[in-house]
Ligand binder design. Structure first.
Ligand code: SF4
Length: 336
């Protein structure tokens, strides 16, 4: 999956465009591997590992509000934690509730979003905040169905917020989790670009039972598998020798076969793309002052972008509501 949530339900983590992993020291299958399709031992190993190895991130702390969790989930789509942290902290300092977010200007919202990328996410987050105020009295709703009904909230975000903010044992599947599932349970090097019906079924099948603990282990499983994918079971260079489930992993037991063409995921190019040109234009607009359309088009510091691409990108920003135009002046929405 390559685009943010509303278009791609499992796209939270950035995909580094792996052509296939290279894990040093891996080769032929080892006879002493005890791979089992039973997910239960994997649950407990990962839960234990997570309790010791999890990163201390502000949106994971006990005192983080449901709104803080929701903001983090939308910011983290396609964006690494290290870039999200300062933007999340600034956002929560300014707009700690849906109500204050709903009342902010679009220009402020886009300015604080800064260079996180995919800035339509920022506007969608504000639209969701407005719906939370109107429909839920300003409180983030606690069920997947209610969350999914909010504008701009997709399948992934609804499940993640329900699980991480409200302890609901929903099936959460992002890029990292999909990769961990593919390796541990299917023996595949990579999960491929498309979230298939088979992978969806697998994600449901390997969820811990919720009968005995009200879903506590299920929620831990979601976050632990996600963290394993982020820290250990990475796309390009999984650290299998440090992995808590190395003796339970189907891919490792199979001798770590390379990714087939079908399993590969393609990285998103940046240089020369419309995303790069749009990002450069947004950086100019975020300075706050309206700028002449011709100046914006002609002085953009991207020599490789021809005028046709520049015009196309500016028009798309205007169409997406990320910029406004009046009498040949262009600015962030609401500024002119
Ligand atoms: S052993 Fe661990 S790190 Fe290596 S592929 Fe399997 S799950 Fe990923």
């Amino acid at each position: 999956m390559t685009t943010p949530d509303s278009a791609a339900p499992d796209s939270r983590a950035p995909d580094l465009g792996a052509q296939g992993p290279s894990a040093p020291g891996l080769g032929a299958p080892r006879a002493d591997f005890t791979w089992s399709p039973d997910p239960e031992p994997v649950h407990f190993r990962l839960a234990q590992w997570y309790s010791e190895a999890a990163r201390d991130l502000p949106w994971r702390r006990e005192d983080c509000s449901a709104w803080g969790v929701m903001v983090s989930e939308i910011m983290l789509q396609q964006t690494p934690v290290v870039r999200v942290l300062p933007r999340w902290e600034e956002w929560m300092r300014r707009w700690p509730t849906p109500a204050v977010t709903a009342a902010a200007s679009a220009a402020e919202i886009l300015t604080v979003w800064d260079r996180l990328g995919y800035p339509r996410r920022a506007l969608r987050l504000q639209t969701a905040a407005q719906a939370i105020v109107e429909r839920h009295g300003g409180e983030v709703p606690g069920t997947r169905q209610e969350l999914l009904a909010l504008p701009g909230v997709g399948e992934y975000t609804a499940a993640a917020v329900a699980c991480f903010a409200f302890d609901q044992p929903e099936v959460v599947v992002d890029t990292n989790i999909r990769r961990v599932h593919a390796r541990v349970f299917s023996g595949h090097a990579l999960p491929g670009k498309t979230y298939t019906a088979q992978q969806r079924k697998l994600a449901h099948d390997v969820m811990p039972q919720t009968a005995h603990d009200d879903g506590e282990l299920a929620c831990t499983w979601n976050i632990a598998a996600m963290e394993l994918g982020a820290l250990i079971c990475t796309a390009r260079a999984p650290k299998c020798v440090e992995c808590p489930v190395q003796d339970l992993c189907a891919w490792r037991a199979a001798g770590s076969p390379p990714a087939t063409e079908e399993q590969q995921t393609r990285g998103q190019a940046w240089a020369g793309t419309d995303r790069q040109v749009r990002g450069a234009m947004m950086a100019v607009l975020r300075t706050g002052e309206p700028v002449q359309r011709s100046v914006l088009l002609e002085t953009l510091p991207l020599p490789a972008a021809d005028m046709e691409q520049r015009v196309r990108c500016l028009d798309s920003l205007l169409r997406d509501g990320l910029a406004a135009e009046d009498k040949e002046l262009v600015a962030l929405p609401g500024v002119i």
